[in-house]
Design a protein around this ligand. Structure first.
Ligand code: SAM
Length: 231
């Protein structure tokens, strides 16, 4: 079983997700206590894509983050570099155009999407700034980027409680439900090492995106960043 380190070597990350693919969705539901469904609805609302528009869901995994777009009549391209995750997705939703792609070198033309979105992917990318620059390249001028990623609870007492859940309870629960429990230790460590809301916004803006704003979900466990490609 592969477990990525905080170096996030792309081969280790892809292999780790290959290992968890078969139980990925059920494990998510359990570990997030069902909150993941709420987060997905918020992503679709923030993207505000209309039928006829084209959305890239990068690091789409098994396509769970892409499904709500397709169900709303929006053309969505679920892309990921873990073939194991894509395979599970394709078995589940054969109608979606699952595409093999690395976020740091996207196989898409300039300005070919109205919206680029990424749910729980950027934290796993070896060079997030290279990925943010690629997202800007493939988004049309005036188009949007929506990032859904773990962040920092805003309330101090809740943050302490959540940190205990991450470092102690989550790995224990993962041992009972996941096909690769060690990868959930990586999950906890990578969340703790990830920039908070404000630092993330600054990083997105530094990659050339404008009008960067965010909103917290579940008390800041997750943050939704929204940005626009300048005209
Ligand atoms: C936690 S899963 C998220 C899947 C899906 N977006 C969701 O919300 O359920 C993270 C995904 O990021 C993908 N990933 C990580 N680094 C990537 C990269 N550089 N290019 C493409 N996909 C990447 C992994 O393969 C994995 O499927």
């Amino acid at each position: 079983m592969t477990r990525a380190s905080l170096e996030k070597d792309p081969r280790d990350v892809a292999a780790m997700f290959d290992d968890v693919a078969s139980k990925y969705d059920v494990t998510n539901d359990v570990l997030s206590l069902g909150q993941d469904r709420l987060w997905r609805r918020a992503v679709v609302a923030a993207c505000a894509a209309r039928p006829g528009e084209r959305v890239l869901d990068i690091a789409a995994g098994t396509g769970t983050s892409s499904e709500p777009f397709a169900d709303a009549g929006v053309e969505v391209v679920p892309a990921d570099f873990s073939l194991g995750m894509l395979r599970v997705g394709h078995r589940r939703r054969g109608d979606l155009a699952f595409t093999a792609a690395d976020a740091m070198r996207l196989p898409f033309a300039d300005a070919s999407f109205d919206v680029v979105t990424m749910s729980f992917g950027l934290r796993n990318v070896a060079d997030p700034d290279a990925a943010l620059a690629e997202f800007l390249r493939v988004t049309r001028p005036g188009g949007a980027f929506v990032l859904c990623e773990f962040s920092q609870p805003t309330n101090g007492a809740f943050r302490t409680l959540y940190s205990r859940y991450l470092m102690r309870s989550l790995p224990a629960i993962a041992r009972a439900v996941s096909s690769n429990p060690e990868s959930y230790v990586y999950l906890a460590e990578s969340i703790q090492a990830w920039p908070d809301q404000r630092a993330m916004a600054q990083r997105i803006a530094a990659s050339g995106w404008s009008s960067v704003r965010w909103r917290n979900l579940s008390g800041g466990i997750v943050a939704l960043h929204h940005a626009v490609r300048p005209e």
